[in-house]
Ligand binder design. Structure first.
Ligand SMILES: [Zn+2]
Length: 283
């Protein structure tokens, strides 16, 4: 499941291919992914110029000069391939069409963007740009974790009085947008806060510390994604997935990497999802 840093990596890889360019042809090979595509999507995309490629939470947002914005979610298994465009020193030839190539965008100048999504949990929708914030997928989202609205007083206030475990509170998209299981585990480990701790019972200074920690964890992953982007350009033009060294996530049984901590990373299940944490230094 791509998390925010992976989506941001895809955005950064796509923006030089898309921004300022016209979609010469949009090919939509099935009526739906997770939900039906909007009516006439191929026609509404064909001929449109992409003004800006942004991101909100885990959604890519392509503002078009037609007054609409394309909302694009990569789903669980979605892959984005860029071909026919000079990326760094390399040009990737257009690959042979594959079975799960559901949407193919030919961009003026010769680039092609292919969205392949075998499990079809991805989504695309179009909405008038001036009504974007009212879209059902975006309305009610909390602040961006890397944005200015997500600051210490905000988080302390949002956690106050909450009876849920801190892990669940940070996964709540109304509290902060775009955080998923992996980076919540990493942030709690780095902040030394137990994932089981009741959110409302964390002292304000410790809760506040989560803000810079979350920003750091995400920024480092985006940085790693940036390096992988350069590598991927050398391999096959695929964007978005990269190896990243985690301190807690996926490391059950390994020694805790916190300096001086003799603990071992453990695993527990919360709300059906695996939590990785150190029972010694996370309190
Ligand atoms: Zn530890």
């Amino acid at each position: 499941m791509p998390e925010l840093p992976e989506v941001e990596t895809v955005r950064r890889g796509l923006s030089p291919v898309l921004e300022g360019r016209v979609i010469a042809r949009a090919q939509v090979n099935r009526p739906d992914l997770r939900w039906p595509f909007p009516e006439g999507m191929a026609d509404r995309l064909t001929g449109a110029r992409v003004i800006r490629l942004g991101r909100r939470s885990k959604y890519l947002l392509a503002d078009l000069d037609t007054g609409e914005t394309l909302i694009w979610h990569l789903g669980m298994s979605g892959r984005v391939l860029v071909s026919g465009q000079i990326l760094g020193e390399f040009v990737h030839a257009h690959p042979a069409p594959e079975k799960h190539d559901h949407v193919v965008l030919d961009i003026e100048g010769g680039a092609r963007i292919t969205f392949n999504d075998p499990r079809r949990f991805g989504a695309m929708d179009l909405i008038a740009t001036d009504r974007l914030e009212t879209h059902r997928l975006l309305a009610g989202l909390g602040p961006e974790p890397l944005g200015n609205a997500f600051d210490e007083p905000y988080l302390v206030a949002r956690l106050r009085g909450r009876m849920t475990p801190i892990k669940a509170a940070l996964l709540d998209q109304h509290v902060v947008a775009g955080l998923g299981n992996i980076y919540v585990c990493e942030a709690l480990h780095r902040a030394g806060i137990s994932p089981k701790r009741q959110a409302g019972r964390i002292a304000a200074p410790r809760a506040a510390r989560l803000v810079p920690v979350i920003r750091d964890v995400l920024a480092e992953a985006i940085e790693a994604g940036g390096s992988s982007l350069r590598d991927y350009r050398r391999t096959d033009g695929e964007l978005g997935y990269f190896q990243h060294a985690f301190r807690a996530y996926g490391r059950a049984g390994a020694p805790c990497p916190t300096p001086g901590c003799p603990g071992t990373i453990g695993r527990l299940v919360q709300s059906g999802r695996s939590t990785f944490y150190c029972p010694r230094c996370q309190r």
